[in-house]
Design a protein around this ligand. Structure first.
Ligand code: NAP
Ligand code: SF4
Length: 674
């Protein structure tokens, strides 16, 4: 008996049977846009098919030029484009998978001057105002969806997903927020639904009965003037009648000011809508958002969803389903919902990958083959860079030992996982720890590496991943008892008082503020989290928005930086706004443009601010230093002096702007070349 009977149960859709209940959700990688990237896209998706995804949904393809997200973005509009799609569909089929193409019309979310929408309501996330479609224009969009579905079938896809959520064109027709029309495509709820229903009907007619038609339905718009629950249910029924085979949930428009997928969002917090909607329709309903382990997925299915959609977890681990089926779920590289290498890349028009799996979308480029000769390699330092290097070295057949000075692995992730809202980071430590065990890497904890000993033990190579230490800025009084480093505070070695000054507003300064201002982490308390972010029920308020009621901060916090720019500007595109909103909600005072940190004494932190050097006392009982890091790498020089081949990676290599994405990628790449 499997641990995941629901997850692994096949699903009969009539003309085709899905092998299990796991849909790989749509995730734009950037490889969709250009024909020359088709082989890379094919390799990426085929690896997920081999890993057991029940149905793969591609990134979004526009059905016409007007629907493209940005100039040059992916679309499926003519037979000339079919060849590149066939490369992808054949690779997935050869790997034993099923694949549906997502049809996404951006509407007013397009970053193009030719964007269209139901009405001329400009979106806050594109600088282009849309042109309102004429009635003829509306019919032209429907025909475009039908043509794209026909082409998708000819390209070998097993189905399509119509993107009806997240605030894209179809969703724009559905909500009074963006549909101000008074013709047959707007006004009443029936008229607002007509576009979505006619698109589904036209796609079904064009593609034929033996074709999977997933409709992505926005059950919770999370914007003012979104849909009501009654409207969502009526839509679901009409979409089913028009020919949809599966309803896939969509949560929140892109312009919503509520986080829906970042790591601080509780796992499975939105999945209850699947069972709730399922009561009203006869087709399977697929739950989404923050489902990242087989255990969570199994629970969501037990609670009434028919399918689960996981997108980022397939970037983190292509073998998610296979490992679950083989009883090896503890070997799954879990998506920690950081967005750092996936969505942040997508929004920066870079290829999406994964922080914890740098091979994602680089399957043909970052190849972990067998090493030409087995070498004896020591990895010094058990943070993200060192763990990634040790795993890759062992996968390549080397004889590997990992030495860590502390009594546990994790490095900077051991700090990150203690921040409220970042608890997921523990999963990466769990994954690497298990992987090292499975691969037979000897892990020596509480071991201070010594150059002479490493030479004596006969290592051929040493990878130095000794990481960083907090920078101690040269401020008079920095040795005052009220001063502590972020590492001391976060690890619980020191305790903060009631009035805290935080020096340095990079990622860690902001994280420290989250820690200082949070009494109970809402990540594990769905109701508290809903209250904090104003997430209501669409049955009670349009779009499911209600006033936010954040938990008050237990202490006064002032966050300072010397830069004059807004605090948190350097944070990730998709996560920074969440942190900034959180700082505001918790009443953290933000001081930019500190000219000088003058001194720290019993009164607190004395500073000068602004171009005129205005003096100010930040009265406090605690000062936390978050002023960046310095590399720790003395052993590298000692080893090089003794003639060993040394590879320095991660923060030990470059501490400035160190991030785990670079550390893990560098660890993997260096190990792939030894
Ligand atoms: P950081 O981003 O380099 O920020 C350090 C801050 O300290 C800077 O804002 C700098 O601002 C200030 N600073 C530097 N030297 C100083 C000095 N001598 N005296 C006073 N202030 C000084 O470093 P971090 O916050 O430690 O983060 C390290 C890395 O971890 C980041 O680069 C980031 O990639 C990663 N991280 C990311 C996240 C995330 O949410 N994505 C979270 C945590 C960590 P001023 O010079 O303007 O004062
Ligand atoms: Fe998940 Fe982060 Fe990887 Fe994106 S980069 S897939 S959020 S672990």
């Amino acid at each position: 008996m499997s641990d995941y009977p629901h997850l692994l149960a096949p699903l009969d859709l009539g003309h085709v049977t899905l092998p299990n209940r796991v849909v790989m959700g749509s995730m734009h990688t950037g490889l969709e846009d250009r024909a020359r990237d088709a082989p890379k896209l094919a390799a990426y998706l085929a690896e997920r098919a081999r890993g057991g995804a029940g149905l793969i949904v591609t990134g979004g393809y526009a059905p016409n030029l007007e629907g493209t997200l940005y100039p040059g973005a992916s679309k499926l509009t003519s037979r000339r484009e079919l060849a590149r799609h066939r490369v992808v569909t054949s690779a997935v089929h050869e790997a034993g998978g099923l694949i549906a193409l997502q049809l996404l019309h951006a509407g007013r979310y397009a970053y193009t001057p030719w964007c269209v929408a139901p009405s001329t309501v400009k979106s806050p996330i594109s600088r282009f105002a849309p042109r309102a479609l004429t009635a003829r224009g509306v019919r032209r969009q429907i025909r475009a969806f039908a043509r794209a579905a026909r082409l998708a079938r000819r390209a070998g896809y097993d189905g399509v997903e119509i993107m009806g959520s997240e605030g894209y064109l179809v969703n724009q027709f559905l909500a009074p927020r963006t549909n101000h029309r008074s013709d047959r495509w707007g006004g009443t709820p029936e008229n607002r639904r007509r576009f979505a229903v006619e698109v589904v009907r036209a796609v079904r007619e064009a593609a034929g009965p033996d074709f999977v038609l997933v409709y992505r339905i926005s059950v919770l718009d999370l914007v003012e003037n979104g849909q009501t629950w009654d409207e969502v249910v009526a839509l679901a029924r009409e979409v089913e009648a028009a020919g949809a085979s599966i309803l896939n949930l969509g949560i929140g428009w892109h312009e919503a000011r509520v986080p829906t997928i970042v790591t601080s969002v509780p796992r499975a917090v939105f999945t209850g809508y699947a069972a709730r909607l399922g009561e009203h329709v006869g087709i399977p309903v697929c739950a989404t958002n923050r489902i990242n382990t087989p255990e969570v997925a199994e629970q969501v299915l037990t609670d009434g969803a028919d399918l689960v959609s996981l997108a980022r977890p397939f970037l983190a681990d292509p073998g998610f389903v296979r490992k679950a089926a083989e009883g090896r779920s503890d070997e799954i590289n879990t998506c920690i919902a950081c967005n750092q290498a996936c969505l942040d890349h997508t929004f920066a028009k870079q290829r999406a990958s994964c922080m914890v799996n740098p091979r994602a979308a680089y399957e043909t480029e970052l190849v972990i083959g067998r090493a030409p000769a087995r070498r004896k390699v020591a990895v010094v330092g058990g943070g993200p860079a060192g763990m990634a290097a040790a795993v890759t070295l062992a996968e390549r057949g080397h004889d590997v030992e990992l030495l860590e000075a502390r009594d546990h692995l994790g490095g900077q992730f051991d700090i990150a996982m203690r921040i409220p809202g970042k608890e997921e980071f523990v999963e990466t430590i769990r994954y690497f720890t298990r992987r090292l065990e499975v691969l037979g890497v000897r892990v020596r904890l509480s071991t201070w590496a010594d150059a002479d000993a490493l030479v004596a033990e006969g290592f051929d190579d040493v990878v130095v991943a000794t990481g960083v230490e907090p920078r101690l800025p040269e401020i008079p009084g920095v040795d005052h008892p009220m001063v502590m480093t972020y590492a001391e505070l976060v690890r619980g070695e020191r305790t903060a008082g009631q009035r805290v000054a935080v020096i340095g507003a990079g990622g860690i300064g902001v994280d420290v503020c989250e820690l200082l201002t949070t009494e109970h982490s809402a990540t594990t308390d769905a109701e508290a989290w809903r209250l904090e972010w104003g997430v209501g029920d669409p049955a009670e308020s349009r779009g499911g928005v209600r006033p936010a009621v954040p938990e008050p901060s237990p202490r006064e916090v002032v966050l300072l930086q010397r830069k004059t720019s807004a605090i948190g500007k350097g944070l990730g595109k998709t996560t920074g706004w969440v942190h900034r909103a959180s700082l505001r909600a918790k009443g953290v005072e933000q001081v930019s443009g500190v000219a000088s940190y003058e001194r720290i004494d019993d009164e607190g932190l004395h500073i000068t601010v602004g171009p005129d050097g205005e003096r100010r006392l930040v009265a406090c009982d605690t000062v936390v230093l978050c002023a960046g890091q310095e590399p720790v790498r003395t052993i590298a020089d000692d080893l090089a002096d003794r003639g060993l081949t040394v590879h320095v990676i991660g923060g030990a290599d470059v501490a400035a702007e160190l991030d785990a994405k670079r550390a893990i990628r560098q660890g993997t790449e260096v190990a792939a070349a030894i």
